[in-house]
Every structure is written in structure tokens, then in C-alpha cells.
Design a protein around this ligand. Structure first.
Ligand code: ZN
Length: 350
């Protein structure tokens, strides 16, 4: 996977990626093993946090006889690169995959795994992948599906018009990288989990206990939290990131309540679906405060008859920038604000 392409289109939306990239990386508290594509931080014996791929950050858990991974990235190519890099950590086979939720950047690598691998998730993930037309709706559509072709067209026009030879070459390189991403996206075959659970599933793999917990609706209707009780490590997917999550499928009141349950776990470190590992539970409290503030502001604007598009520009969440430096000015992701409108309508009907 071309590193440049990753920076270009590796996250939920182009704007969010460039903002995230602008934040300076924290000092490395964990030993690092650099693979060809993925960078592994060793969090505990046999537990690695994997970043640098196309899509979500992933987790590798090496057990006595096998390996469990948390999330598979955006494309089959990304998952294959991930599996290849895991060979630097262990020669044990990947036998378990956990999808923290159904979004493309966590599940669209699933198709590379054979029938000998258990792909495990909450029941809702299977429902979503088998019944939604996931490649023709959000969040895939504006993050990748329509975004990458639009970017290719734009870069092509810019490259054609550019007179300076160096800048032209640069634009052509970016165009090539985006075209490579498009080729990889075409290879996606949405693949649902083949093992599902509703509330809790415990895996005992040799000396390791791995708990899969559904703590309630929040970021989606079926987020799994992976909890290692002995190591006191939690993998929170996008239910709790170290940055502001995508909100287009959120259940906002329940999200706040579900995050209370996450805080009740006595974790030493949280490995989120995006961002960086964190230990400070105030991060979660601050994110709850962001959620409540967003809903309060959007509700007020909606009550005034303001459109979602205008509300997305008018909300001001800069008060939360201390914990979430990706907030650099007024406004919020339109897809999230549209979801707050729909969610308010659903709630008012009850
Ligand atoms: Zn994600």
C-alpha cells in the first residue's frame, strides 16, 4: 500500500485525515516494531496496537496457539498487508477476527480470511452487512466510494493545468496513488461475521481470557468492546476514539450511557479504533460532554427551523478543542449533524 495514498484517503473523510495528521504525534511510551505497512506498539506480552494501515487502527492478540485480531481495515489489500506484517510478531495463525462494528474501515478486509477463521461480532454487524447496501451508503460513500473518483478527476485537471514541472510531477504522483486506491477499493467484497453474539462472549485461548462485550448502543447499534481483564486492556473501537468519532449512525443519549459502562471497566489502557492509546478516563468524560453539547446545540437550531446543512456550519464545539485538537473552528461533520436531526425525530415520535 502506497504510503502517500494512505495519507490521502486513509480515514473517514479527507478533511478529518488532514486535521489528524496535523497533530503532532505523542512520545512513544511503548516499544515499536515497524512492519512494511503497519507499525506495532507492544502494549503488553502478546498484545500489539497496529497503526499506519488503510482504515482503522487494529489490535493483534497473540495467544498460546493462535492469534486474534481486532478489525481488518478498509480493503482486502490492507488486510493482506496486515497479515503479512503480523508474521514479524509471530508464526502462529490468525484464527479469530473481531469486528468492533460494521463500518467499512473496520470490516472490508474480512473477505481475505478463509472458513477456518472465526469472524466474530455483535449480531447487528451481521444484520448491517447482509441487509444494508453498504458500498452505496454512508459512511463509505462520501469517505471513499464517491470521494476517491472525485479526487482523481480533480487531481487530473490540476495536473493537466499545472505549468511548473516539479508541481506537475507531484500532482501526477498523487493522481497515480489515488488511482491505485481506487483499484483496491474495487476489490472489496463486504463479508459479514460468521459468529455473532448479543451481549457477551468470552474466549479462553490458552492462558488468555478475551471478553467481547456489547455495552449498549452508541456509535452504532452494535459496537463491541474487547476487554482483556488480566491485562486490563480495553479495545473500544469507534465507540470511544482519542478523537471525535464519525456520528452518522449514532444513538446519542445511549452513547453517553454506554460510555459510562466503558468507564466502569478498570482499564489501564484503551486502544481505540482511531487515534492513540490513552489511559485517562477524563478523555471519555470530555467526549461525553462533547456529545451532550452537540445534541443540545443541534436541537436548539432544529427547533428554530434551521436546516441540517446550516446547523453543521453554525454549531460551535471549539470549547472541546483542548481534549480534541482536531476541532480547529466552528462547525461539525454534516453527516453527524444530519444524524442528530433524524435521531431527534425518532426520539420525539416515541
Ligand atoms: Zn472507524
Amino acid at each position: 500500500m502506497n504510503r502517500f495514498a494512505l495519507t490521502l484517503v486513509g480515514g473517514m473523510s479527507l478533511a478529518w485525515v488532514s486535521l489528524a495528521a496535523a497533530q503532532s504525534p505523542p512520545a512513544d511510551p511503548y516499544p515499536v516494531i515497524q512492519g512494511k505497512t503497519y507499525r506495532f506498539e507492544k502494549i503488553a506480552d502478546g498484545v500489539y496496537y497496529a497503526t499506519g494501515g488503510f482504515g482503522s487502527n487494529n489490535v493483534v492478540i497473540v495467544n498460546d496457539a493462535d492469534v486474534l485480531i481486532v478489525d481488518t481495515g478498509t480493503t482486502p489489500a490492507a488486510a493482506r498487508a496486515f497479515i503479512a506484517d503480523i508474521k514479524m510478531l509471530t508464526d502462529k495463525p490468525v484464527r479469530f477476527v473481531v469486528n468492533t462494528h460494521w463500518h467499512f474501515d473496520h470490516t472490508d478486509g474480512n473477505s481475505v480470511f478463509g472458513p477456518d477463521v472465526q469472524i466474530i461480532a455483535n449480531d447487528y454487524v451481521r444484520t448491517a452487512i447482509t441487509t444494508f447496501d453498504v458500498l452505496h451508503r454512508e459512511p463509505y460513500l462520501t469517505s471513499e466510494g464517491s470521494a476517491v473518483p472525485a479526487q482523481i478527476e480533480d487531481l487530473g485537471e490540476q495536473a493537466a493545468a499545472e505549468r511548473d514541472p516539479d508541481r506537475k510531477a507531484q500532482l501526477q504522483q498523487r493522481l497515480y496513488a489515488a488511482q491505485q486506491v481506487l483499484v483496491q477499493l474495487k476489490d472489496i467484497k463486504p463479508t459479514p461475521p460468521n459468529v455473532t453474539y448479543s451481549d457477551k462472549l468470552i474466549l479462553h485461548r490458552g492462558g488468555r481470557e478475551i471478553d467481547l462485550l456489547f455495552l449498549g448502543r452508541g456509535h452504532t447499534a452494535g459496537d463491541t468492546v474487547v476487554w482483556l481483564p488480566k491485562e486490563r486492556i480495553v479495545c473500544s473501537g469507534d465507540l470511544m476514539e482519542s478523537r471525535i468519532a464519525y456520528m452518522g449512525d449514532g444513538y446519542f443519549d445511549e452513547w453517553v450511557a454506554t460510555l459510562d459502562k466503558l468507564k466502569n471497566l478498570d482499564f489501564a489502557v484503551d486502544l481505540p479504533g482511531h487515534g492513540v492509546p490513552f489511559s485517562d478516563k477524563n478523555m471519555i468524560t470530555e467526549f461525553q460532554s462533547y456529545l451532550k453539547d452537540l445534541v443540545a446545540q443541534v436541537s436548539a437550531l432544529k427547533a428554530q427551523g434551521v436546516s441540517p446543512d446550516e446547523a453543521a456550519q453554525r454549531v460551535n464545539l471549539t470549547a472541546h478543542a483542548k481534549y480534541f485538537p482536531q476541532i480547529t473552528g466552528p462547525g461539525a461533520d454534516l453527516r453527524g449533524v444530519r444524524r442528530v436531526y433524524a435521531w431527534l425525530d425518532e426520539r420525539d415520535k416515541k
